[in-house]
Design a protein around this ligand. Structure first.
Ligand code: SF4
Ligand code: SF4
Length: 404
């Protein structure tokens, strides 16, 4: 059985997997790492350091574990666990070129147990990870990621925006009252959300962004991370900056190398205001945003979902919870017939909280979504395209009704 990573066999990966008592390094300070470090420690594995290329993190600690640059790490025989999914292959290649010999994906601990050896590619291994771990968790557990899109307006218009902003000819802000009630209902019915993701479009296009942040902060015991995503074209108002001053909030800046971005200025303002930032640079874009009916079979769409990296990233749109942001935005755009939209109505006054919670658990554990047939898919590898290519007008698509 060969996993397509330079001829590393699955058996070899299993052999490399660290055992209790062994010490490892983790790459990088990602959300996946935050989730899995406690699990690794609970199995008796020791973590000597976290490798991360962000100079701002180097020299700091996470739960007592030092964060250092990979360049500073000289133990070439030490096992390194890559806690990244989409970027796994480029990082694997880079670490191998630096001389590191034992490198494994974050779900290594499943390779010799739950995953049956009917896998031939690393994508299958990733999908099996979701089958075995994500989907088998207790029904009253957590939501992993929830997108709160506060506006469809964006200061850039990326032709291949994964959130489908390029299709909105008359973008608008989310209705504040509807979103406020949706957020409050979600926190009322869900035990815990790992990461709440506030985004747009460009969230700072909405001057009242701070109002959402303040509402979400009221539920800080119910989430682990609150991340606000920006393209750094707008320097936020002082009111919005004040709302972001919180150790649980990170302002994630997407660096597209676009001349309209003001990254140094934004970083300086954030530093002055004590706001945590993270720059996302050089990340992969995939050709997944062509919305049209693909006409796949149900089995093909199930496989698309199984291998989709947007697994369990729910999105709140128009008082409804969707499985993923693409499903939410296809609904907003009315880019698929009515019967393709599956969601949980969050604002149904007649529904009991426990009913809404059951509906969310059912939706987020589904293995088949009709709407996937209108999506290009987000596989772990492939479909790579240049990032943030701009278009000057909204893209056309087939409409099945008036967009919201
Ligand atoms: S900056 Fe580009 S990718 Fe980001 S939301 Fe706007 S259009 Fe989409
Ligand atoms: S519509 Fe389906 S394939 Fe597309 S991002 Fe959502 S879950 Fe993945």
């Amino acid at each position: 059985m060969v996993i397509k990573t330079k001829n590393t066999t699955l058996e070899e990966w299993v052999r490399l997997a660290p055992k209790a008592g062994e010490s490892i390094a983790v790459y990088a300070m990602s959300n996946t790492a935050r989730r899995l470090i406690p699990l690794y420690l609970s199995t008796g594995i020791k973590i000597i350091c976290i490798l991360d290329r962000d100079p701002a993190l180097n020299g700091t600690f996470y739960n007592g574990i030092p964060i250092i640059s990979p360049d500073e790490f000289s133990d070439k025989d030490k096992t390194i666990i890559i806690c990244l999914s989409v970027a796994f292959m480029p990082v694997l290649r880079r670490l191998r070129s630096m001389g590191f010999k034992k490198i494994l994906p974050y779900y290594f601990y499943l390779l010799d147990k739950e995953i049956k050896l009917d896998i031939s590619t690393i994508e299958d291994a990733q999908a099996a990870y979701f089958d075995n771990w994500m989907l088998s968790r207790p029904a009253n557990d957590v939501l992993d990621y929830v997108d709160i899109p506060v506006t469809m307006k964006c200061s850039l218009r990326c032709r291949d925006c994964a959130n489908l902003m390029q299709y909105f000819s008359s973008p608008r802000h989310a209705d504040f009252e509807t979103m406020r009630r949706s957020i409050e209902k979600l926190f009322a019915v869900i035990d815990h959300i790992f990461e709440v993701r506030v985004l747009g479009g460009e969230p700072f296009m909405y001057a009242g962004l701070y109002r959402y942040i303040e509402i979400i902060k009221n539920y800080s015991s119910k989430y682990t991370l609150l991340t606000v995503f920006t393209n750094a074209t707008i320097i936020p108002s002082q009111k919005n900056l004040d709302a972001l001053k919180d150790p649980m909030i990170t302002l994630q800046i997407s660096d597209y190398n676009n001349p309209r971005q003001k990254i140094p200025e934004l970083l300086s303002v954030c530093e002055k205001n004590g706001i945590l930032t993270k720059i996302n640079k050089g990340f992969r874009w995939q050709d997944s945003s062509r919305i049209r009916r693909h006409g796949r079979t149900d089995a093909e769409n199930m496989e698309l979902l199984r291998k989709c990296v947007v697994h369990r990233c729910a999105a709140v749109v128009d008082g409804k919870l969707f499985y993923c942001p693409i499903a939410g935005n296809i609904y907003t755009l009315k880019a698929a017939p009515e019967e393709y939209h599956e969601f949980v109505p969050l604002l149904d006054d007649k529904a009991l909280d426990c009913t809404i919670k059951d509906q969310i658990n059912k939706l987020m554990r589904t293995k088949f979504l009709k709407i996937c047939d209108f999506c290009g898919g987000r596989p772990l590898y492939g479909n790579d395209i240049p990032a943030a290519v701009q278009t000057d007008k909204a893209l056309e698509y087939e409409k099945y009704g008036d967009s919201l």
